[in-house]
Design a protein around this ligand. Sequence first.
Ligand SMILES: Nc1ncnc2c1ncn2[C@@H]1O[C@H](COP(=O)(O)OP(=O)(O)OP(=O)(O)O)[C@@H](O)[C@H]1O
Ligand SMILES: [Mg+2]
Length: 324
Amino acid sequence: MSGAPLLEVEGLCVDYVTAEGPVRAVDGVTFQLRQGEILGLAGESGSGKSTLIHGIMRTLGPPGVITGGCVRFGGRDLLSMSPEELRRVRWRDIAMVFQSAMNALNPVATVYEQLADTIRAHEPTASARQLRTRGERALELVGIDPARIDAYPHTLSGGMRQRVVIAIALVLEPRVVIMDEPTTALDVVVEKQILQRVLQLKEELGFSILFITHDLPLMLEISDRIGIMYAGRLAELGPAQALRSDAAHPYTRGLMKAFPSTVGPRTVLSGIEGAPPSLANPPPGCRFHPRCDVAIDACRGAAPPLRQRTTGHWAACVHDSVDG
Ligand SMILES: Nc1ncnc2c1ncn2[C@@H]1O[C@H](COP(=O)(O)OP(=O)(O)OP(=O)(O)O)[C@@H](O)[C@H]1O
Ligand SMILES: [Mg+2]
C-alpha cells in the first residue's frame, strides 16, 4: 500500500564540472516517493541513477554540483538545510546503502562499534546497554546471529557484511531507505535472501524504498512503481505493471525486450541498437531519438516533457500510443 508523498524531487539538475565545461548528468528529474512504496530506478549504465541519488542526499563529491531544482522530505527542503540539519535527516529519516556498500564498513572497528556510532551520532545520551541491545536487535532483523556483534568485518562473509550494512541503515528505523545496487557484488542466492528480508522488514517497519538495480526482472517483481532514466532524464514513470505490459516509451520497450521474461512464453532477446549519447554533447530534442525506430522529425526538435498517459503513468515521448 502506498500513501502520501514523503520524498519529493522536483526539476533536479546535477552537473559535473569538467575541463571541457559542465556536463549535465541529471537534467530536470521530477518524481515523488510515497509512504510505504518501493520505487525502482532503471536505465543503462551512465544514465545518472547514482548521481540523482547523491544529488538528493547532497552526498555528491566534487566535481558534482546541484544546479537546479528542489528536494523535499516531509515538506522540508533538503537543499537549503544547514549541514547540521542535514546530518540529522541522514540515517535517522533517510538511510542509504550504496553501490560500494561492501567497502562501507570500517575494517578496524567491530560491528558493534559501527552500529553504536550510528546510534550515538543521533542519540548522544543512549546508554551502553541500550546501544548493545539495539545493535543486537538490528542484526537479528537482517538475519545475523547477534552473538556476532563483536566480530570484525573481515571475519564475516560478503553476504553477512552486506547484511551488516543494511542493519546499520535500519538501526534508527528510517522512513526512507535508498539502495543503489545493494546486492550487485553478491551471488544470486544470497542476493535473493537479503532482498526478501528487506522486503519483509519494509512490511513490518513501513519504510519506503528507492531502489536501483541492473536486474530489471527483479525490479519489476518487487517495485510498486518504476522510473526509467535515459541520458540524465526520466523517460518514463509509472506502475511496474503498466511498464511491463504497456510501456509507452520506445526506450522502455527496448529495455523490456532486452531482458528475458521470468513469466510467460520465451521471447527472443533483442537489446537496443547503438549506445547512449555523450552527456557532454547530447543530441537535441529527445535524447533517445538517434536509437529510436519510431523517431519522427518532431523528436529532433524540443525535448518532449513527461506527459501523463493514464493515471500515474507518465512518458516523455511525442507518440501517444504504444504503437506510435
Ligand atoms: N565524478 C564524476 N566526474 C565526471 N563525470 C561523472 C562523475 N561521476 C559520474 N559522472 C558521469 O555522470 C554520468 C552519470 O553517472 P552515474 O554514475 O550517475 O550513472 P549510473 O546510472 O549510476 O550508472 P551505473 O548504472 O553504471 O551505476 C555518466 O556519464 C558519468 O560518466
Ligand atoms: Mg550507479
